[in-house]
Design a protein around this ligand. Structure first.
Ligand code: GLN
Length: 322
């Protein structure tokens, strides 16, 4: 089936989805990271960026919030750029854990594997893989430079969040050393963990995340800057990882009901990717029991429903400017 959608229809669907999701209540801010507990729970924004760069934003889309686990996506991409997708499969893996993002148990169950770069264990391993080995300053530059290229603008470290997270990341320290025990960390342990903690503490906006999603949807070329950030063959690999584990233990329910691969973070951000069509991002701090933003999920689901879209729908979708 062929389906044609106009820019105007996209704008209207985003506006209605934003307005309807504004009324959705429930969830609560992440409280295991003190900084996040104190963010205004009423903040809410939604941005859609098409693969031609056209962008529609509603609400608090320029508010800088903690990127948190959405940062696992760009660093997985960076690891694929530097080590190839096969290298990432070999050194980390691509299996969903079906367990919470910070599960220690998952490492044991996966036969000592981190299992996927989109849960804490695999993300810490991905940070350890970033080149150049043994040089935290240059590794950090590579991580933030890659995020800047994917978004078309720079993220900004939220110092207070970084301090808050560093002071309370006991579980992640345990994960890191367990990985070391299994030879699944490829650089200095504390440095790899620190890079992970720092990347989670980057401030990002919903509009920046939508641009990142659009860059992935556009096969690695940022539609806002025209820069090719990664090779086209990486796009389906990262989208596969997002589709299979983006919502942790709720990933199946999410994909089944929303129709769009998306990645969440406990800062309240959700970034979705529709290959060839658009990136979408929503942000609202209150989370469900798995650490996924309640309002952001509602907004993205409503947007997809209004346009009748789904990644597995048997239709060829074309977006035209009215
Ligand atoms: N920095 C957080 C952690 O490691 C990120 C978790 C998340 O966003 N799901 O616990």
């Amino acid at each position: 089936m062929e389906k044609i959608i106009t820019h105007d229809q996209i704008k209207q669907a985003a506006k209605e989805a934003f307005e309807e999701a504004s009324k959705v209540t429930g969830g609560k801010n992440a409280d295991y990271i003190p900084y996040l507990a104190n963010i205004d729970p009423n903040l809410f924004g939604l941005t859609v960026t098409l693969t031609d760069g056209t962008t529609y934003s509603f609400g608090d889309t320029e508010y800088k919030f903690g990127i948190e686990s959405v940062s696992k996506v760009p660093t997985a991409i960076l690891a694929m750029i530097q080590h190839t997708p096969e290298g990432v499969l070999k050194q980390i893996g691509a299996d969903a854990t079906g367990l919470p993002f910070n599960s220690v148990f998952a490492i044991l169950l996966e036969n000592d594997h981190p299992s996927t770069p989109l849960v804490n264990a695999g993300a810490i391993t991905a940070c350890s893989m970033v080149a150049p080995q043994g040089d935290p300053q240059e590794k950090w530059k590579a991580i933030t430079g890659n995020i800047t290229d994917l978004c078309g603008s720079a993220p900004q470290l939220i110092d207070e969040l970084y301090e808050s997270e560093t002071a309370t990341n006991f579980n992640n320290r345990a994960i890191s050393w367990l990985l070391k025990n299994y030879n699944r960390i490829y650089d200095e342990v504390d440095m790899s963990l620190d890079l992970y903690t720092r990347q989670c503490s980057l401030g990002i906006t919903a509009s920046q995340l939508a641009a990142m999603g659009a860059t992935i949807a556009n096969d690695g070329t940022n539609p806002l800057t025209g820069k090719q950030v990664f090779a086209p063959e990486i796009a389906p690999k990262i989208t596969t990882l997002i589709a299979t584990v983006g919502f942790y233990q709720h990933t199946g329910d999410w994909l089944y009901t929303s129709g769009i691969p998306a990645k969440t973070g406990v800062g309240g951000g959700v970034m979705g990717v529709m290959p060839g069509l658009f990136g979408i991002a929503a942000f609202a701090p209150p989370l469900d029991d798995a650490g996924n933003s309640v309002k952001a999920q509602a907004a993205i689901k409503l947007f997809m429903q209004k346009l009748g879209l789904g990644i597995f729908n048997n239709e060829k979708v074309t977006i035209i400017s009215d």
